[in-house]
Design a binder for this molecule. Structure first.
Ligand code: PXL
Length: 271
């Protein structure tokens, strides 16, 4: 059983981020070190202003303790971080780890808007953070913010992916996760300068946390040694299952993350 560090917010209500990544990666047989980068009463989209705990002392103390306890991580996923300072602390901690895979979902915003509480200084910290990643998983909004391009829901992919690649270390890959093409929604990335796409039929609605769940699944599959193409293809199929289940359960509250039961059963059926 391999261990994985997952660093993202714990939002008590909303079913996103750590609340989604923990069950998904546990079902994939990982031992998860669940590091709440922020502790919130709800996520920041739709419930008003959440109560936020101050973890600025606890987080460096946690890194110091883990170092003293000689805990080691070969795989890590970073999602919503929440402060500029912590972006740099995470990089510092992970630089001391024998990391073979670092996936960063550079959570910044959606639908053309920054999430509440973030500003351009935070975008810059995220640009610095993604330099350490092997794979980054921005949505179109985040890709636009990172590259400084004006947001368009359906941007030209080649220039956007090329600009994203320029932010990364050699050998790393940028994958845009909410690309719409021919009634499909899916992932786009570059191979030898050509745009690749894997998608699934687009379903109605817009659910919080789909990006977080997708990032957990992709990281889990890559961590098993699967190729990027195979990981993204299966991850999109499973996300489709999750959104289908969410729709058929008639969960009308779009602030809640996607239903995870069908996805976890699908993970269980994978030998
Ligand atoms: O799903 C992205 C996300 C993650 N974490 C927090 C958020 C959001 C989106 O609103 O508020 C705290």
């Amino acid at each position: 059983m391999s261990s994985i560090l997952v660093a993202e917010d714990l939002s008590a209500v909303g079913g996103i981020s750590l609340s989604a990544a923990l069950p998904v990666l546990t079902a994939m047989d990982y031992q998860v070190a669940a590091l709440p980068t922020s502790l919130l009463s709800t996520h920041t989209s739709g419930y008003g202003r959440p109560a936020v705990a101050d973890l600025s002392q606890w987080l460096p103390q946690t890194f110091a303790h883990w170092t003293q306890a000689q805990l080691e991580f070969k795989q890590a996923l970073i999602g919503y971080v929440g402060s500029v300072e912590l972006c740099y602390q995470l990089v510092g901690y992970l630089q001391q780890q024998p990391l073979a895979l670092l996936v960063v979902d550079p959570v910044l915003g959606d639908l053309g808007e920054l999430y509440s509480g973030f500003d351009q200084a935070y975008v810059q910290a995220m640009r610095d953070l993604v330099k350490s990643a092997d794979v980054i998983l921005p949505n179109v909004t985040e890709a636009s913010l990172l590259t400084g391009q004006t947001y368009q829901a359906q941007p030209a992919l080649l220039p956007m992916l090329t600009a994203l690649q320029a932010l990364l270390k050699p050998g790393a890959t940028a994958v845009i996760t909410d690309v719409i093409q021919d009634q499909q929604i899916g992932c786009a990335w570059l191979v030898a300068g050509k745009v690749q796409f894997v998608g699934q039929p687009r379903l109605p609605g817009h659910y919080n946390g789909t990006g977080d769940t997708l990032a957990a699944v992709i990281t889990g599959l890559l961590g098993r040694g699967w190729s990027l193409t195979r990981s993204l293809t299966l991850a999109m199929q499973w996300l489709h299952l999750a959104v289908t289940e969410t729709l058929s359960a008639q969960r009308t509250d779009e602030r809640q993350g996607v239903a995870l039961g069908a996805l976890i059963r699908a993970i269980g059926s994978l030998a």
